[in-house]
Design a protein around this ligand. Structure first.
Ligand SMILES: NC(=O)CC[C@H](N)C(=O)O
Length: 317
């Protein structure tokens, strides 16, 4: 890897970036520090952790990629970025009466703060908050229609209709989703779940089971990164605010460390996916299914740090 990295500021050429990504892919495989796949969702437990893909869409539309960038994976919690975009389009700022905008400092599936804060989840990216967002999207609709809206939004963002739900993953999580069931019922007891818990949970499990590859995900992030030519799905203000939430809450109790090491807004998922945005510069998707102790991809986090060092894209200068 020596001799490849170096702070490039605004002047990252596609060619230099492509060379860097190719070398990074090799470095990741040489390190072989993969972490453990999420085994609480049985279908994900079978995925080989020794895989890595990365795709970067630059402001002028050039795409650079390396590794398994066109291999599909379960986006899991990365879907929460798009369900939030969707609900903001639907009911606007009213969603904030039901969910907060503060980092939780606890695990993605924690119930701890929910009692203390009377059923209003800290933010839309922890499971409790995402359940509230999905519940809002479900209100007045069938689960099938709510899911069509979410997947339609993602397809429009990616500019690609070939994005689908992996039903086996959804069913697998349905079988083992007791903690999410507990969260949904707890929300319901505080009057912060409008639909029957099973409906909201079923919709949420299917939303998490959407399968995408890095190229599709990086394309879908263009509207959040505010890249020219991105589909008009979010106002500038909303894109900026979603980015702020990704930075402060996108990695759960590792969000501070990610900001410290990488300096870019990102949203992770237990499928090993990571969507990251460098506002006005690039949309980045990284995937490696092995996770660290906080449920974030070990190799994707490492790659994000190396990419930020190479490009100089940290929002902190
Ligand atoms: N962090 C994640 O990706 C969690 C999503 C997963 N579907 C869950 O609810 O547990």
């Amino acid at each position: 890897m020596a001799g490849v990295a170096g702070k490039q500021g605004n002047h990252v050429t596609p060619q230099a970036l492509q060379e860097f990504l190719t070398a990074l892919n090799e470095e990741i495989h040489e390190r072989a520090d993969w972490g453990e796949v999420a085994d609480y969702i049985p279908e994900l437990a079978d995925v080989d952790p020794a895989q890595f893909g990365i795709a970067v869409v630059l402001a002028h539309g050039t795409v650079c990629s390396a590794g398994a960038a066109s291999k599909g994976f379960s986006i899991q919690s990365v879907s929460k970025v798009f369900s939030l975009g969707c609900v903001l389009g639907r009911i606007g700022e009213q969603i904030w009466t039901r969910v907060g905008r503060e980092p939780s400092g606890s695990r993605f599936d924690s119930i701890l703060l929910l009692e203390l804060e009377k059923g209003r989840p800290r933010n839309p990216f922890i499971n409790a908050g995402a359940l509230v967002v999905t519940d809002e999207l479900l209100t007045g609709r069938t689960p099938r229609d709510a899911l069509s809206e979410i997947i339609g939004y993602i397809r429009a963002a990616a500019g690609d209709d070939d994005i689908h739900i992996d039903k086996a993953v959804a069913q697998s999580e349905e079988k083992t989703g007791d903690r999410n069931r507990a969260l949904a019922n707890y929300l319901k007891s505080y009057g912060n779940l409008k639909n029957p818990a099973d409906y909201t949970l079923g919709t949420y499990f299917h939303q998490c089971a959407i399968e995408m590859n890095c190229l599709q995900l990086a394309n879908a992030g263009r509207c959040i990164a505010g890249l020219p030519g991105a589909p008009m799905l979010l106002s500038e203000t909303r894109a900026r605010r979603i980015t702020a939430l990704m930075l402060t809450c996108g990695h759960y109790d590792e969000s501070g460390d990610f900001a410290f090491r990488v300096g870019l807004a990102g949203k992770s998922g237990v499928g090993g996916g990571l969507l990251m945005v460098a506002p006005d510069r690039a949309s980045i998707a990284i995937w490696s299914p092995g996770l660290n102790e906080t449920g974030n991809s070990r190799a994707a986090n490492y790659a994000a740090e190396r990419l930020a060092q190479f490009t100089g894209w940290s929002i902190f200068g």
